[in-house]
Design a binder for this molecule. Sequence first.
Ligand SMILES: [Zn+2]
Length: 371
Amino acid sequence: MSVGLHRYVSGRLRWYTPIAIEPSQTQSSPIRAAVGRNYIPPEMLRLGMSGDSHTAESVTLARLPSGVELTTTVHTYRGAGDGPTLYVQAAQHGREINGTETLRRFHERLSLRSLSGTIIAVPVANPLTFDRVSYTTPEELDSVNPNMNRVWPGEADGSLHQRMAARLWEYVDRADAIVDLHTGSPDMLPHVVFREGDERSRELAAAFGTDLLLSEEAHDDASDEWHRRGFDGKLRVAAANEGIPSITPELAYNKQIVEDAVEIGVAGLLDVCRSLDMLPGDVSERDQTIARNHLGQVSAADSGLFRPRPSLEVGQFVPEGTELGTLYEPTTYEPLQAATTDRDGILYALTKEATVTGGDQLASIAMVREE
Ligand SMILES: [Zn+2]
């Protein structure tokens, strides 16, 4: 049913000749995106005859100490009809590349002719962590906060991450809904996090369609740990503070492109668009579990090797006191910890990386709120 972008625009490309203009004049309009410092190759700029268009704009996020500019590509899809603006980004944490692959596949499947409104997509929100295949940025480049997802909405004259976030926030601020794509370890059940009590964000999460939805309390309602870990600087939280419905899908896997994870992501984005009336069709009814994000987790009491109980699988309900595995001292075989759950809930993450340091998370349990 969906007409691929490439097929739709074939034969209808309009070519722009680059002309010299001041960098300060380069903005995000389709024509300006093609000229000057932010020159975009013609094959990246596609305009339909009915006013719909796709542009790919090179945007400077910050300047590195060497003077090298840190840039990324911002895609703007304008539909044939009017409608809301959806902002989607991936790879704030650069090893979480299934979000990037999700956006590439979404680009291929999106029909501009069917689209009402505008989608802004940033496949690599943080090129620094992307190149390092890492979660955080080296302290040399941002000693204030090595985790980009703790600094939103950013500051134009702040630390490197704050500047990068502030530049992208210019797009976020104009949006009517936000999807911040993340991924976790292989041993994690795909889920979507939204802010507890935020009904429009809950609807967005439900539309994305994973079996498990996690509500997270914020600000005065949140735990000490939430505040200590700077969770109020997450993009999702900062956007929700501005009244913009926002979700964080957590797809499984890091570093590897995994088909199941990507397909969940693409289907989720298309259904989010349908739920916002940006694409035709209805979001199908689903049997989803809403649970509370349990920030306490089950963590390692000491350093050693952790052997998870082989019979455990993510997604299963575990009563309080369930044994999750054994931590032991690898040279003497001395048992150090019988890791158990301290409450009933759904096991949604269980570490398979056996070498752990005291304090590492071994498992994550979500408390069921409603079926
Ligand atoms: Zn992440």
